[in-house]
Design a protein. Structure first.
Length: 205
C-alpha cells in the first residue's frame, strides 16, 4: 500500500496529539511554560486578569484554552473590560509578554519600555505589579488553583466566579473597616480622606 504525503500527515496527527494529552478526565488541559526556576511548567488553562490601576479591583477576567500567545489575548480582554464597566480604558499597563498585541484603540504601555514613556507612566508601571498578588489570592483564597468543573465553558465560569468572590471579599473587608474610618474621619474634622484613601476618592482605570 502506497500513501501520499497527505495520507501520512492525516495518520500522524492523532499520534502527535497524543503526546499533548495530559489528563484523562479533562482533555482541554494544556502545558503552560512559566519560565521560572522553581516551577517551569503548569498544567491547566491560561487565564487573563485585568484590574484597576489604583484600587486593584478586578474589572475583567477570561480563560483561554489552547495556550495562546499573551499579546493575542489583549484585545479580547480590553473589550470585556469595556463591556463590564461601560467605560473604554484609555491606557493599559502590561508586562513584556504582551509585545506585538496589535491593539490600537487603547494606548498600551509595556514594562521596560523606554521610548515614549513619561514620568507619570513610569509611576503607574510600578502599580502594574499589584496584579500579581491579586492572582495569588485568586489561586489560594478563591480556589482557582484547581478547577473541579469540566469543559471549556465550565473553566470560563470558574474563573468568573473566582474573580467575583475576590471583589466581594475586598468590599466586605472595606465594610468591616468602615466604622473605624468614620471615627477617624469625625475626630480629624473631615481631613483624612486624601490621607487614608477613603471612599471619597474616585476609582481610576
Amino acid at each position: 500500500m502506497i500513501c501520499s504525503n497527505v495520507d501520512w500527515m492525516t495518520w500522524l496527527i492523532p499520534v502527535i496529539n497524543w503526546f499533548d494529552f495530559y489528563s484523562l478526565h479533562e482533555p482541554d488541559v494544556g502545558c503552560i511554560s512559566k519560565g521560572k526556576a522553581h516551577k517551569r511548567y503548569e498544567f491547566g488553562v491560561k487565564a487573563s486578569v485585568a484590574t484597576t490601576a489604583k484600587e486593584a479591583f478586578i474589572v475583567g477576567v477570561r480563560s483561554y484554552p489552547g495556550n495562546p500567545y499573551d499579546g493575542h489575548t489583549l484585545g479580547d480582554q480590553l473589550q470585556q473590560v469595556e463591556v463590564l464597566t461601560n467605560q473604554k480604558p484609555e491606557v493599559c499597563y502590561v508586562d513584556r509578554g504582551y509585545k506585538g498585541s496589535g491593539v490600537s484603540s487603547t494606548r498600551v504601555v509595556i514594562a521596560g519600555q523606554k521610548r515614549g514613556v513619561s514620568e507619570k507612566d513610569q509611576r503607574w508601571l510600578k502599580r502594574r505589579n499589584s496584579v500579581e498578588p491579586i492572582i495569588g489570592h485568586l489561586k489560594s483564597d478563591g480556589r482557582m488553583r484547581r478547577c473541579y468543573l469540566k469543559g471549556v465553558l465550565d473553566d470560563a465560569l470558574n474563573v468568573l466566579l473566582c474573580a467575583a468572590g475576590q471583589n466581594l471579599r475586598k468590599l466586605l473587608r472595606w465594610l468591616a473597616d468602615t466604622p473605624y474610618y468614620w471615627v477617624i474621619f469625625l475626630l480629624s474634622g473631615g481631613r483624612c480622606c486624601q490621607r487614608c484613601g477613603g471612599p471619597n476618592i474616585p476609582a481610576q482605570v
